[in-house]
Design a protein around this ligand. Structure first.
Ligand code: FMN
Length: 183
């Protein structure tokens, strides 16, 4: 069994991101352990860029908050799923705050071997997902991770817009395709 951490970037309980992520999880749960982290459930202040974590003994962050437990959960996962609405061409603020706080020396010890991208957006132009794909591809290259697949859903704005879309089935199939032999 692979351990999968699903990082969810939308606060909307019945929103499009949650439905897409739930389809993926339904497919993946038989052969994997799933840990769902809903970013908006955590009051995480943003990284200040002070670099204390790189420069001080003990590599401690100046913030004392729930990031310690989130780091444990995220770093122990074999696979990280980024599930997000597009906010201004990239991941949502909720998620970006957590991702930025992973910029610390301990990230070199992470167990992560592969990434999955699940994204939804209102626009349906050809370039709707270009920015997030560039971020995702750069992360794969920089951290030498395997691309395990992605499902990006354009043209959905309000909760329920994703209902009946073929991408829900694609996400379920992507989940089913993942196991501890995926990386
Ligand atoms: C602050 C904000 C910024 C957004 N920026 C974009 C954007 O740049 N491009 C886009 O296509 N949709 C954008 N959207 C629309 C959302 O991506 C879209 O409504 C999505 O379906 C919301 O997902 P959810 O239902 O999971 O919350 C934005 C929405 C919000 C609230």
């Amino acid at each position: 069994m692979a351990k999968i951490a699903v990082l969810i970037g939308s606060q909307r309980i019945n929103g499009n991101t949650r439905k897409l992520a739930n389809s993926f999880i339904e497919g993946a749960k038989e052969h994997n352990t799933i840990d769902v982290i809903i970013a908006s459930d955590y009051d995480i202040p943003p990284c200040t860029g002070c670099n204390s974590c790189f420069k001080t003994d003990g590599n401690r962050c100046i913030h004392r908050d729930e990031m310690d437990s989130l780091v444990q959960r995220i770093s122990s996962a074999d696979i990280i799923v980024i599930a997000t609405p597009i906010y201004f061409f990239t991941v949502s603020t909720h998620l970006k705050k957590i991702i930025d706080r992973l910029h610390f020396p301990g990230r070199r010890e992470f167990n992560t071997k592969g990434l999955v991208l699940l994204a939804v957006a209102h626009n349906d132009t050809d370039d709707t997902f270009d920015s997030i794909r560039a971020m995702y591809d750069s992360s794969l290259r920089f951290f030498k991770l395997k691309d395990l697949g992605s499902v990006c859903v354009p043209g959905v704005r309000d909760p329920g817009d994703i209902n009946g879309r073929k991408e829900l089935e694609e996400a379920r199939e992507l989940g089913k395709s993942i196991s501890d032999s995926s990386f």
